[in-house]
Structures are given as C-alpha cells and as structure tokens.
Design a protein around this ligand. Structure first.
Ligand code: ADA
Length: 548
C-alpha cells in the first residue's frame, strides 16, 4: 500500500507489493522468492551485498499503464517484457514510467537495483549511514485512460480571516487529439469548483485560487486533515481522479522566530534515519508508527528526515499525528571535491524536484533542508547552495529553507537561508560547556549573515552502546550518553535565541565497514533506542526534559 489513505476512487490501481523473484545479477541461478518492499541485506547470504540485484514479477495488464515506484535503492532500471522502460537514480524519491497500449495479458516486469557506489553515483557514497539495496518502498501499476491527473498542489493562505488556497492541477492527454474534459475539485464530499478544459496532447496545467470558508485550521495539537480530489469527467462520466490530503495552515518566519499559524514554534525533535536492525531502510508501516509513538512518548513534536526524503507513508503518519517535519534533500558531509562530481548538481536538483513535487501537500512539513554539512565554506560550495535554494524557492514559495552546518566560524552561506541550523556536539566530540558553545556560536552567526534569523540546533547528541553500563560512566556507556544529553538539552532549551533542537539521533543505525572508526559495531550508536528499539537510559532522560 503506497499511501495510508485511498488515492483513487476512479482510476484502477494494482498494488504490486508482495512476492517477487530476486537474484543477484552475477548469479541468475540463485533465485529466491522475497517480499517487496524489503532490503537485500535482510536476505540470508546477502547481508553485505553490493551490486546489481534483479527483481521479477509477472503481472496481468492491459491499456495505458503507469508504473509507480516509491523507492528503489538506489540506481534502478525497469524492463517490461525485456524492454527497458526507464532508469532512475536515488533511493529516496519516487518515480514513474507510463507505457501506452500494453496488450491484454500477463507481462514480465523486471527491475534492477544497484546499491554499489558506482562512478555515476554522487550522492550514494560511503557515508555515516548505510546504502541498502533493493525495492525498498511500495510499487503500483495504474491503468490510465486518455487523460489523467498527474499531480495536485494546494497552497493554503489565510486572507481576511478565512482560508483560501491556490489549487494547481497537472494533467496529461495521452492521445494525439484535443480532449474535452470537465475538471472537478472536491474537498471531502463538497464540490468546490468545475472547469471545462480543452486539453491539447501532452501536459495541461490548471490553477485557481479558491475559498474554503468552513475549513478548520490544521494545528499540531488538532491536526485536521481534508481529502482533496481532482476528478476528470467526459460527457458526465468520471474518467480519472487523484486524491491527496491537505491541511489548512501557514508557516512564516518573522524576525528570529518560526510561526505555525501565528504561534512561535518550540521544536523538540529527533533526527531519524530510515533504519531498523530487522528491516534495513524498508520499515513496514507498523514499525514507522511505533517509531513515532516512541517519539511521542518522549514528548517530541518534530522529526528531521536526515539526510534524504522519506517514505510517504511515514509523512502520512506525521500528518495524522501533527508531528512537524523537516524534510531534506539527499546529501551528507560532502566535500567540495565530492560536490564537483560531474553528476552531483543534476542528481541533487532532481532529488529536490522529486521531493517537492511529491510531498508538497503534507501539512506537517514545515521546512525544507539541503546539503547537510557540505562545503558551505568555499566559493564553489556557495554557488551550489545558492543554486539549490533558488531551485527550492522556485518549486515552493510557501515554506522556509535551511541547511544544517558544521562549518562553525567559516560558513559563508548563512545569508542564503531563512533559518540558521547548526550541528553541535559539546560534551561528545569536544569538551566545552553547552552554554559557552551556544553563546560563541550565536555571536558568530550574528556577524556571518545569520542576524535576525531563527536558529535551530539541528543535531546534538552523544554515543551510548546499548546494554553497556559502567559505574564510572565512561564515554560509550548508557550512563554517560544520558548525562551528556541531559546537559545538552537543558542548555539548548534554556537558550533564548534558539527555536528548538533535534536530537542526534532517534535510533542506532548501521554504517559501512569503511566508516568503522569511532563507530563501534559499525553502527552510529547515538540513538536513544537501539536498532531493535530497545530503550537506552537516555530515553527516560529525554522524556523527563521534553515532557517538562
Ligand atoms: C553529523 C552528521 C550526522 C552524523 C553525526 C555524528 O553532524 O550530520 O549524519 O554523522 O554527525 O554522529 O557524528
């Protein structure tokens, strides 16, 4: 199931999750049945597999078929009956291919998924998280008529006390002739608007500002969601539709605060990798839900999708629960040299575009992030930061933008963002009282282009090996992790200029062997729960402070 609500009442869709045949490209004889979505590393014998995996499934199809992949890790090629229908790079963004006039019958769908750090991969590189392989998010096949609704974007704004929204709908005419359609926009069961369209072959975009006088506001405490449907009719008959969920809310940045419906935000959040000891990055929805419940139990109100766009079902759950989301493009800790990789700029911009196109309507997303800890201290780096901010602003003018920096005292990009975000590890990577560290950092930000902007501590935390206890509280013990976190959280939450923090990190996560140094067990052990969601001492510490 690709989303947690029905996305079509008219369009025929087929869930292609379930059993597929898997084999490594190098050994086609080693075929086995696997459940999709899943990660290759969870198949016995393939725990460390890097390379091309092949997945096959026979499917009954007829007509114009749209294949939707919510995430294939990380370089994909899709074949229908042996013919390539398209390729895609990046594990963390959805993609689709439309094949017209597929003959009635059973067809072989084949997907290759390469998780190696190959020469054309600029974002999936050896890093402080794991590049899992496989079809890691849901797959569907949809049957399209002559015309179909590709996308809806809704941008709410409160005007003179009532909710309005700019509704934009992208549609496509797959034939070679003009098609007359009526586009109906419904909010829940109410018809809000009808528009007659003469659709030329190819894409049509329709946009209108509509009023929603009865709409209730989406608040984190009362996260009121509405179903919005774009429906195409021909001669009074419904031909195609697309449903999404929206919330009426506004995010603004004024002086040094972030406002959600005019209330200043006080973020108590977690950084969360899509990561689980049992499932790799392909968490079933029940495990996603459990993660959010654990965060809620600690009193958290936000999550940062470090360091890439997340599974839409996770975002659906955040919308549902009113947990605010910092969603970010895919990039972590890249040097200028890595950012000069010939494919880097295109692959990054593609990722941002796919993230915003697909996740635009999630009311819980309150900020977009780019380029975690990349080269924001060089002239070339600045060109790239500017390019990515410009791109995001052209795709979505309704949300603020940020980037988590570790270039303390050398960053030259703070003037480009709307919110200044800093990753700090006092007490872990360097011994310094938290208050002193914050004051020094804040003083510098004021002179480096960040004056008057809100400040978020985007990462703060310490390592603790699950189950390692010692009375002398050494580093890596659960006791010491909890002590450090207590000091860090109390320090940041009592620091007036900060609008909040995201703990690094929610759960321990696998890292590649190449990154073993400082990573006992080849894991980043800074989770407050381990990879199996066993709670460490820090869990209770965070709960006491966040729930205060
Ligand atoms: C960083 C980085 C994280 C993680 C963390 C750590 O600042 O953004 O991805 O690597 O440090 O654990 O050191």
């Amino acid at each position: 199931m690709e989303r947690l609500f029905e996305t079509h009442e008219v369009r025929k869709t087929k869930d292609l999750d379930g059993v597929w045949t898997f084999y490594p490209e190098t050994d086609p004889a080693d075929r086995r049945s696997v459940a999709v979505p899943s990660c290759v590393e969870t198949y016995p014998g393939y725990e460390n597999y890097r390379g091309k995996s092949v997945f096959e499934k026979e499917v009954f199809l007829e007509g114009n078929i749209r294949f939707c992949f919510k995430g294939v890790s990380h370089t994909a090629e899709v074949f229908l009956d042996g013919r390539s229908i398209g390729t895609h790079y990046n594990a963390y963004t959805p993609f689709d291919f439309v094949v017209k006039h597929v003959g009635r019958g059973r067809h072989m769908l084949r997907v290759t998924a390469d998780n190696s750090c190959h020469p054309h991969s600029s974002l999936h590189v050896v890093n402080d998280y794991y590049n899992y392989g496989g079809i890691s998010r849901p797959v569907t096949a949809e049957t399209l008529g002559d015309c179909w609704v590709k996308r809806i974007h809704v941008t709410p704004a409160r005007k003179h006390g009532i909710w309005t929204a700019v509704v934009r709908v992208w549609m496509e005419n797959l034939t070679d002739e003009t098609q007359w359609n009526v586009l109906c926009i419904r909010l829940e069961d109410d018809l809000i608007c009808r528009a007659e369209l003469a659709m030329e072959p190819g894409e049509t975009v329709w946009e209108e500002e509509l009023q929603f006088p009865d709409a209730e506001t989406y608040e984190p405490e009362v996260p009121k969601l509405y179903r919005i449907q774009a429906l195409l009719e021909q001669g009074g008959t419904a031909k195609d539709d697309l449903i999404d969920r929206i919330g009426f809310r506004e995010i603004t940045v004024r002086q040094d605060r972030i406002y959600f419906n005019e209330k200043p935000l006080a973020i108590r959040g977690f950084n969360r990798h899509e990561e689980h000891a049992q499932f790799g990055c392909a968490l079933p929805v029940e495990a996603m839900d459990q993660d959010l419940r654990l965060m809620e139990a600690m009193g958290a109100n936000a999550v940062r999708t470090c360091h890439y766009p997340n599974d839409e079902r996770f975002l659906d759950l955040c919308d549902e629960k009113g947990i605010l989301v910092w969603e970010e493009g895919h990039a972590r800790g890249l040097s200028e040299e890595q950012m000069r990789h010939p494919d880097f700029r295109r692959q990054s911009l593609d990722c941002l575009e796919e993230m915003v196109e697909n996740h635009y309507n999630h009311p819980s997303i309150f900020v977009w992030g780019i380029l975690n800890e990349c080269a924001s201290d060089t002239a070339y780096g600045r060109t790239v930061y500017r390019e990515q901010y410009d791109k995001l602003r052209s795709l979505d003018g309704s949300r603020p933008l940020t980037s988590a920096t570790c270039r303390h005292f050398t960053d030259i990009c703070l003037d480009l963002c709307d919110i200044v975000s800093v990753n700090l590890y006092p007490g872990w990577y360097h011994e310094e009282p938290v208050r002193e560290c914050l004051e020094k950092e804040y003083g510098w930000i004021q002179t480096a282009g960040g004056a008057g902007k809100p400040l978020l501590v985007s990462e703060i935390g310490a390592g603790g090996i699950s189950g390692y206890h010692a009375a002398h509280r050494p580093k890596w013990s659960e006791e010491r992790q909890s002590d450090i976190l207590r000091e860090q959280l109390e320090g940041v939450l009592s620091f007036g200029p900060a609008s909040g923090l995201f703990i690094w990190q929610f759960c321990d996560g696998r890292v590649p062997d190449e990154n073993f140094y400082g990573r006992p067990g080849c894991k980043n052990n800074k989770g407050v729960v381990d990879g199996n969601r066993q709670r460490k001492l820090a869990f209770e510490t965070v709960r006491q402070i966040f729930r205060w």
